[in-house]
Design a binder for this molecule. Structure first.
Ligand SMILES: Nc1ncnc2c1ncn2[C@@H]1O[C@H](COP(=O)(O)OP(=O)(O)O)[C@@H](O)[C@H]1O
Ligand SMILES: [Mg+2]
Length: 237
């Protein structure tokens, strides 16, 4: 079980996250949504240890990991994919897949992982992970690495960003498969309704606070009212 207890995060005295309490069970799919700037990425970075909270605790199976470094959390089985994937100049896609599989790698495994994310191994295994790859390709490669690692808790920050609509069905199926396999707890930041349909719990963040928590029916009203109130007022005037 992954627990966030009374997490607060401030920058220059501004509240970025306020009193966040969440419990994620080991086989649960938790989806986090909310407007831009509401604190979603900050929240998952705190779970991964990329950001230290101003106060509050992160517990993994009852053990306080708040002071643990990123690599220690990775060894404990937490994996993370960035909203904007990181570029690794000088490393090939094969190198990255190999690093992510800390116990076993061969090209058969690499080919299967790339196939899952819709990339042809022949074309990509030897490609360098640099700016020549498109945003969508980088996103898929990062996803393949995360799937290869198969952590106990897998955190995905807007996995759909840069992925074309044609491939979105495949992305949904990847998460369905992970959920079915019951190997990992999933935390996915997303704005995609198709993912809302398969999540066990949905959390809506706004201005750094949880404003709703529950199933899709419960959060529907926030999706419908997602237009800026000021713009709507201006349009009616
Ligand atoms: N280093 C920083 N300095 C100042 N503000 C920051 C910094 N990092 C994040 N923020 C602010 O914190 C808020 C939450 O950011 P983020 O978690 O990235 O939002 P989301 O992922 O929901 O779009 C935003 O208003 C963002 O501008
Ligand atoms: Mg974000």
């Amino acid at each position: 079980m992954l627990e966030l207890k009374d997490i607060c995060y401030k920058i220059d005295n501004k509240d970025i996250l306020k009193d966040i309490n969440i419990v994620i069970k080991s086989h649960e799919f938790v989806l986090i949504t909310g407007p831009n700037g509401s604190g979603k990425s900050t929240l998952v970075k705190i779970i991964m240890g990329l950001i230290k909270p101003t106060s509050g605790k992160v517990l993994l199976d009852g053990v306080d990991i708040t002071d643990k470094r990123v690599y220690e959390r990775a060894r404990l089985g937490i994996t993370f994919t960035f909203q904007t994937p990181v570029i690794f100049k000088g490393l090939t896609v094969r190198d990255l897949l190999c690093i992510s599989r800390d116990y076993y790698y061969d090209d058969y495994v690499g080919r299967e992982l790339l196939k899952k994310v819709g990339l042809c191994a022949q074309e990509y295994l030897d490609r360098e992970v640099n700016n020549s790859l498109s945003g969508g390709e980088l996103k898929r490669i990062e996803l393949a690495c995360a799937l290869g690692k198969q952590g106990k808790y897998m955190l995905f920050d807007e996995p759909e960003a840069g992925i074309d609509l044609w491939s979105f069905e495949d992305l949904t199926n990847i998460f369905k498969d992970v959920k079915k396999s019951k190997c990992s707890g999933l935390v996915v930041i997303s704005h995609q309704e198709k993912l809302f349909n398969i999540a066990d719990k949905i959390i809506v963040l706004e201005n750094g606070s949880i404003i709703e928590f529950g199933n899709k029916n419960k959060i529907n009203k926030y999706l419908k009212n997602s237009k800026c109130e000021k713009c709507m007022r201006d349009n009616n005037e």
